[in-house]
Design a protein around this ligand. Structure first.
Ligand code: MN
Ligand code: MN
Length: 283
């Protein structure tokens, strides 16, 4: 584990903590604009911009027991990253802790989801990420929903806000379930999240936020920007509606070299949102 600045108020030991935050700096399958390796520490620094008190939730983050375990020592091979991250995340799940992962590229979701049994996965993403392999890599960031489906079943995965799908993905025998951003724009995010919550067969949900699911006007600092995205308000609503069913959370694909600082700030704020929602759903 590599040391770094801790997330806001994440000052408890692993043993005492109910929530554990890990940085996964891996970005070696990124094809267009790398840089997500720098995101975990940028997101942590951005978290100090915010008040620990979240008045709309009535939650002070200082009251939560959160541990920031630093960054995984991930190396350059995706399979090594999966093994290294999986080691810590499986232990955290076994110890009953709520894990939050700061990416890194989207492949960091693979070991996080594989650390759980009997869950569903909801992603926010501009992309369907459902290829079986991409540029020769099965564990590429472009294959993350397919690798999640291998583990939890395709009926337990759904992507929201998608608007970039390859012809190959639409021709696949099992097309990954998704609700595109155009439909969400027409019908509203609440309709979409309710549909997603009703469609999956498992109660517990891992929520993965690829920051490029949000419109590049709000989240320019990402490797593969795609117009016609969701708003930050939409994603806030997703986190709140998944609510008590949320057992794990990540935010991925922030790329600080492409950013003016606002994308890291948004990612940090979404982590805060997940913390407050998780806390209010305990007991
Ligand atoms: Mn993705
Ligand atoms: Mn994406």
């Amino acid at each position: 584990m590599l040391p770094g600045v801790s997330f806001l108020n994440a000052d408890h030991s692993y043993e005492d903590a109910d929530v554990v935050i890990y940085g996964n700096t891996f970005d070696h399958t990124t094809c267009f604009r790398p840089g997500a390796r720098e995101a975990p520490n940028f997101i942590r620094r951005a978290s100090y911009n915010f008040e620990p008190f979240m008045y709309e939730h009535g939650v002070n983050l200082a009251d939560l027991k959160v541990h920031d375990g630093g960054n995984f020592d991930v190396g350059v091979m995706v399979d090594d990253m999966i093994e290294e991250a999986g080691f810590y995340l499986k232990q955290a799940v076994k110890d009953g802790k709520f894990p939050i992962v700061l990416g890194g590229e989207h492949s960091v979701t693979i070991p996080a989801v594989h650390a759980f049994q009997d869950i569903a996965v909801i992603t926010i993403d501009a992309h369907l990420d459902s290829r079986d392999s991409y540029l020769g890599a099965k564990n590429s960031h472009a294959c993350v929903t397919r690798r999640c489906a291998d583990h939890v079943g395709i009926e337990n995965v759904i992507a929201l806000g998608v608007r970039s799908i390859s012809d190959e993905e639409m021709q696949m025998e099992e097309v990954m379930p998704f609700i595109d951003s155009y439909t969400i724009y027409e019908k509203g995010i609440e309709w979409a999240v309710q549909k997603a919550l009703d469609s999956v067969k498992k109660e517990n949900i891992y929520l993965s936020i690829d920051i490029d699911g949000i419109d590049p006007a709000y989240a320019p600092g990402t490797g593969t920007p795609e117009p016609f995205g969701l708003t930050p308000f939409d994603v806030k609503k997703v986190i709140n509606m998944v609510g008590e069913r949320m057992v794990g959370f990540d935010v991925v694909e922030v790329s600080p070299p492409m950013d003016n600082g606002n994308t890291s700030a948004l990612a940090a704020r979404l982590v805060k949102e997940a913390l407050a929602v998780w806390y209010n759903n305990q007991s």
